[in-house]
Design a protein around this ligand. Structure first.
Ligand SMILES: Cc1cc2nc3c(=O)[nH]c(=O)nc-3n(C[C@H](O)[C@H](O)[C@H](O)COP(=O)(O)OP(=O)(O)OC[C@H]3O[C@@H](n4cnc5c(N)ncnc54)[C@H](O)[C@@H]3O)c2cc1C
Length: 280
C-alpha cells in the first residue's frame, strides 16, 4: 500500500483475506512516479515468491519497472496459474499462451476481469511500516498535477435490463438518432463498440467489451456491431441477444438468438414506429 492507509482500508483488506500489509509512505511517493513507486515496492519485496499487480496501465508500468530492477522474468495479463505454469492472454485477448517463468521471483500482472475479489472470514492484517529513501533520479518523471474529468459513469449501462448496442454500422456521430430513440422506448441504456468510442462518436463510459463494461441485461440489441471477440467478452451475460446487421455472415448474427438482416436505420426506425403505434 503506497500513501496514506486508513483504518477502513485495513479493515476492508482484512475482509478479503489479506494477512500482511506493507505500508510504503514517504512524502516523495505522494504523487505517482512509476520509478519511485516501483523501487519502493522492490525495496520491501522478498527475494523469492510472486510480485503481482492488476493489469491496469499503472499496474503494468509498476511491474515492468519492478521486473527490470529485480532482474526477474515478467508475464503480463495472466488469467490463471497452476502446477503446469501460467496462462495468459495475448494479442488483445484473442489467443492464450501457456508459459513458465524461471527464477525465484516472478513478476505478474493479472488481466482485467480475470478474477473477482471474494470476502472471506475477516482477519486483522499485520501492517509493516518502512523507513524508505527515495532517490532523486527516480523522481525525474512524476505526476505534477491531476485534473478530474466529468464523471465517466457506466453504472446505468451495467444495471440496465435492456441495452441497445451501436457499432461502426451507425455510420457517423450523427447516426445514433434511431438507436437512442429505441433506448428511450425501452427505458434502457446505450452500449457501444470500441470503434465508436475510438472515433470519438460516444464517450468511453458507454463502451462494452473487454476494455469497457461487462453487462448482463435481459436483452442486448446489437445494431451494426460485427461481434469481435473483445466486444463479445462484454456481453456473455446477456440473456437474449438480438442482432441487426447488413451482413448475415457476421459473428454477431451467427451468435444471436434473433437476427434481422438489413440497414439498422431502417430496421430500428421501423421498430420505433411500431412501438409508438402500439402505445398509441
Ligand atoms: C486489446 C483490444 C481490446 C479491445 N476492446 C474492445 C472492447 O472492449 N469493446 C469493443 O467493442 N471492441 C474492442 N476491441 C475492438 C474490436 O476488436 C473490434 O475492432 C470492434 O469491436 C469492432 O467494432 P464494430 O463492430 O463497431 O465495427 P466493425 O467490426 O467495423 O463492424 C461494423 C458492423 O456493422 C455492420 N454494418 C455496417 N453498416 C450497417 C448498417 N447500415 N446497418 C446494419 N449493420 C451495418 C457491418 O456488417 C459490420 O458487421 C478491442 C480490440 C483490442 C485489440
Amino acid at each position: 500500500m503506497i500513501g496514506p492507509l486508513s483504518d477502513a482500508a485495513v479493515e476492508s483488506l482484512g475482509r478479503l483475506g489479506v494477512g500482511v500489509i506493507h505500508h510504503l509512505d514517504h512524502p516523495d511517493l505522494a504523487e505517482y512516479s512509476a520509478a519511485a513507486w516501483a523501487q519502493a515496492i522492490v525495496d520491501v519485496a522478498p527475494e523469492s515468491g510472486t510480485l503481482l499487480a492488476s493489469g491496469t496501465p499503472r499496474g503494468m508500468e509498476l511491474m515492468a519497472h519492478a521486473a527490470v530492477r529485480t532482474g526477474a522474468r515478467m508475464a503480463a495479463n495472466v488469467i490463471a496459474a497452476d502446477a503446469e505454469g501460467l496462462l495468459r492472454q495475448v494479442h488483445g485477448g484473442t489467443a492464450f499462451e501457456r508459459l513458465r517463468l524461471d527464477g525465484d521471483l516472478q513478476v505478474l500482472t493479472i488481466a482485467g476481469h480475470a478474477c473477482t475479489p471474494e470476502e472471506t472470514t475477516p482477519i486483522t492484517p499485520e501492517v509493516y511500516a518502512y523507513d524508505l529513501t527515495v532517490a532523486e533520479a527516480d523522481l525525474t518523471t512524476r505526476v505534477q498535477r491531476t485534473e478530474v474529468e466529468a464523471a465517466d459513469d457506466a453504472s446505468g449501462l451495467t444495471s440496465a435490463r435492456a441495452v441497445v448496442g451501436a457499432g461502426r454500422g451507425v455510420g457517423s456521430e450523427n447516426g445514433f438518432a434511431e438507436v437512442l430513440e429505441l433506448v428511450d422506448h425501452l427505458g434502457g441504456a446505450l452500449g457501444v463498440s470500441r470503434v465508436v468510442t475510438g472515433l470519438g462518436w460516444r464517450p468511453h463510459a458507454e463502451q462494452v467489451g473487454q476494455t469497457g463494461s461487462r453487462i448482463s441485461p435481459d436483452v442486448y440489441i446489437a445494431c451494426g456491431i460485427s461481434g469481435a471477440i473483445q466486444h463479445m467478452a462484454g456481453i456473455e451475460g446477456a440473456k437474449t441477444l438480438v442482432a441487426i446487421n447488413t451482413d448475415e455472415e457476421s459473428t454477431m448474427v451467427q451468435r444471436a438468438d434473433y437476427a434481422i438482416i438489413g440497414d439498422l436505420h431502417e430496421v430500428v426506425g421501423a421498430v420505433n414506429e411500431e412501438i409508438v403505434r402500439r402505445r398509441g
